[in-house]
Design a protein around this ligand. Structure first.
Ligand code: ZN
Length: 212
C-alpha cells in the first residue's frame, strides 16, 4: 500500500505498525479491517484507547491503575493489607489476579533496576514501598506490613532489585520473601504457567538477613 493509498490510511498503517509484534503486513491487514468495520466497532476501539489514556489514574498507594486515586484492590477491605506482593509491571499484577493466587495487596515498581542502562532505585516505585513498610500510617487502613513477597522476574535485573529491596527493608522487621525458583531463569513471569506461578507462590522463601 505504501505510496498508493490515501495519506489518511497510511497514517493509520504507520500507527498500527508501531504496536509491539505488529509488522507492516499485519498493520495493513488491521487497517483494512478497520476500514470495513462498522463505525461502532472502529470508534469503540478508538474510545477504549482514549479511555485508558485519559480516564485511568495511578493508585497513590500501590501504583496500579484505577478510576480514582485508590485502585479497586486497595479499596477492597477483604484483602490482607499486611501482605504486599511486589511486581515489576502492572501486567504481572494482572496475571497474579487472573490466576487468583494472592489474597493480599500489591506494590507495582514500574520496572526493575538495570544499572547498565542507568535505571536506578530512584526511577522505580521503591520509595513508596519503603514508606508503607516503615510506618503503618502510610499503608492501607494503617495496617502494619508483615510480609513483602518479591514477585520479580527471575532475571539479572530482577535479582538486583530483590537484593536492593531486601537490604532496604531490613530495618523495619518486615519478612521479605521471594517466589520459589522453578520459574525458568532469565525468563519472565509472563511466560510462566499458572501452576508454576502457584507453586512459586506457595513455596516462597525468605530472602536477606532480616527477621526471616
Ligand atoms: Zn492500589
Amino acid at each position: 500500500m505504501s505510496g498508493g493509498g490515501p495519506p489518511t490510511l497510511e497514517v493509520l498503517v504507520e500507527r498500527l505498525g508501531q504496536l509491539p509484534g505488529i509488522g507492516r503486513r499485519s498493520a495493513e491487514r488491521l487497517a483494512f479491517w478497520l476500514l470495513r468495520a462498522s463505525s461502532d466497532e472502529a470508534l469503540g476501539l478508538a474510545e477504549a484507547i482514549r479511555a485508558v489514556k485519559e480516564d485511568l489514574v495511578s493508585c497513590r498507594i500501590c501504583g496500579h491503575l484505577g478510576e480514582s486515586d485508590l485502585c479497586s484492590i486497595c479499596t477492597d477491605e477483604r484483602r490482607d493489607a499486611g501482605l504486599i506482593l511486589v511486581v515489576e509491571e502492572i501486567k504481572d499484577l494482572v496475571r497474579f489476579e487472573a490466576a487468583g493466587l494472592h489474597r493480599g495487596v500489591y506494590h507495582v515498581l514500574g520496572g526493575a533496576m538495570d544499572p547498565l542502562s542507568g535505571v536506578g532505585p530512584e526511577h522505580l516505585g521503591i520509595d513508596g514501598l519503603i514508606r508503607r513498610c516503615r510506618d503503618p500510617k502510610n499503608n492501607l487502613r494503617a495496617e502494619p506490613v508483615r510480609e513483602v513477597v518479591l514477585g520479580l522476574n527471575p532475571t539479572l535485573d530482577g535479582d538486583t532489585t530483590a537484593l536492593h529491596l531486601a537490604a532496604q527493608m531490613e530495618p523495619f522487621g518486615v519478612q521479605v520473601t521471594r517466589l520459589a525458583r522453578g520459574l525458568p531463569s532469565g525468563g519472565t513471569l509472563e511466560q510462566a504457567s499458572v501452576s508454576v506461578l502457584a507453586d512459586a507462590m506457595d513455596e516462597r522463601r525468605p530472602l536477606g538477613g532480616g527477621t526471616a
